[in-house]
Design a protein around this ligand. Structure first.
Ligand SMILES: Cc1ncc(COP(=O)(O)O)c(C=O)c1O
Length: 388
């Protein structure tokens, strides 16, 4: 990393008040706010208290800017991106809107996050689809098992980009090629990679990509976006619809028009007014990613994880439980040891925030972390391994 970029990361870290009091290594669960994000939200609260100006117009503009910003981040066109409430929102658009017939098969992994499982389970129950689980190996997704699970009836594969509990980044290029060969809709839950791993959904041939923004994307809960390829958008029947699914050209003084065409873009699937406070929070958060660049953030995070991984390998008390292969690693690092529950609580007591997931300590490293954070974690881990 160049000196200028290092300085930029330092300057961004200074925007996060939490860095003064805690070592936050839990972005896979939720994202801390900067003072600028807080300001953007509280300015809108103040405006509503004063109530001397209608903020809807600004909200529509912000929402549109966000469609463009998220599109740039994932290599899509603005027309392909809509603003949603979370990851589940986009999953539901696909699960209830994509044309499928009774008996069609939907494949999901047997180690999938429940948002994917429950959405497709509900769609399967409502639409008479068959939900099939792909067997994992050692708790990692296995493309050979996917291949074995595909039949003539397979119509959908719904998968996390990065697995929530061990950070395993799926090989989207290889999986997408397989889906294309068999005419399978490829639906990605992107939340655990969004903002920290570069992606180009169009080059990868992803049909539906959906992500909440409450974690790595540093936005409030209840924020998200979704991408639909042009081909898939043309096939989806909106599972829900609102008056804002048509273009009013910002003119809300003449509303008795009931035959306007729906937007020919992902906007059609958005639903009514969005939470304005959230839009403003999302926008302030997105600016941080535009400032640093996702590839730089990835490099920064992986370098810090390398430091931690070297320590974990050097101490036989601990064992790495994530995959460190370059194409499968992410900004989530996991390891285990005797008494993970006690270690997790001990870290928390020392103001080091990690997560205890499926028998491992999950360390999520993000753009505001630095070597000091990792050194502090290593110091506590060293003490724990020696019984203190
Ligand atoms: C892989 C994955 N998908 C989805 C979610 C959350 O779903 P939603 O954004 O719909 O609440 C999480 C974590 O909360 C997750 O780790």
């Amino acid at each position: 990393m160049t000196e200028a970029l290092t300085k930029e990361f330092q300057a961004v870290r200074a925007l996060f008040p939490h860095t003064k009091s805690v070592v936050f290594l839990n972005s896979a669960a939720y994202g801390p706010f900067t003072a600028t994000i807080k300001q953007a939200i509280s300015d809108n609260v103040d405006l509503r208290i004063r109530s001397d100006k209608d903020d809807s117009h600004d909200a529509f503009v912000t929402q549109d800017e966000l469609r463009g910003a998220y599109a740039r981040m994932i290599g899509a066109a603005k027309r392909q991106v809509g603003i949603g409430l979370n990851t589940s929102f986009g999953l539901n658009v696909a699960a209830f809107g994509y044309p499928l017939k009774k008996g069609d098969e939907v494949l999901i992994s047997d180690i999938e996050f429940p948002a994917v499982v429950y959405t497709w389970r509900a769609a399967a129950e409502a639409r008479g689809l068959r939900l099939k689980f792909i067997k994992s190996h050692d708790r990692f997704f296995d493309i050979d098992e996917l291949q074995k699970a595909i039949t003539k009836r397979t119509k959908v594969l719904s998968l996390s980009w990065v697995q929530f509990f061990n950070g395993f980044k799926n090989d989207l290029a290889a999986i997408s090629a397989l889906c294309k060969r068999h005419g399978i809709l490829f639906v990605i839950d992107g939340i655990q990679g969004m903002g920290v791993e570069p992606i180009n959904v169009r080059k990868l041939g992803i049909d539906v990509f959906t992500s909440g923004c409450q974690k790595w994307m540093l936005s409030p809960q209840g924020c998200g976006f979704f991408y639909l390829s042009d081909e898939v958008r043309a096939k989806i029947t909106p599972p829900f619809m609102s008056w804002l699914s048509v273009d009013w050209k910002m003119n809300f003084s003449d509303l008795f028009h009931f035959h306007r065409p729906y937007y020919d873009s992902a906007r059609r699937y958005e639903m009514g007014y969005f939470v304005v406070l959230n839009l403003l929070g999302m926008k302030a958060a997105v600016e941080i990613f535009e400032r640093l660049g996702i590839r730089n953030i990835q490099r920064h995070n992986h370098a810090l994880i390398d430091r931690l991984a070297a320590y974990i390998r050097s101490n036989p008390f601990y064992r790495i439980t994530c995959c460190m292969e370059p194409r499968h690693r992410s900004s989530i690092f996991t390891f285990t040891c005797k008494n993970v529950v006690r270690l997790h609580a001990g870290l928390l007591k020392r103001k080091i925030i990690t997560a205890n997931r499926e028998g491992s300590i999950r360390v999520s490293v993000h753009l505001f972390n630095n070597e000091k954070d990792i050194n502090r974690l290593i110091e506590v881990l060293e003490g724990f391994s020696k019984g203190s």
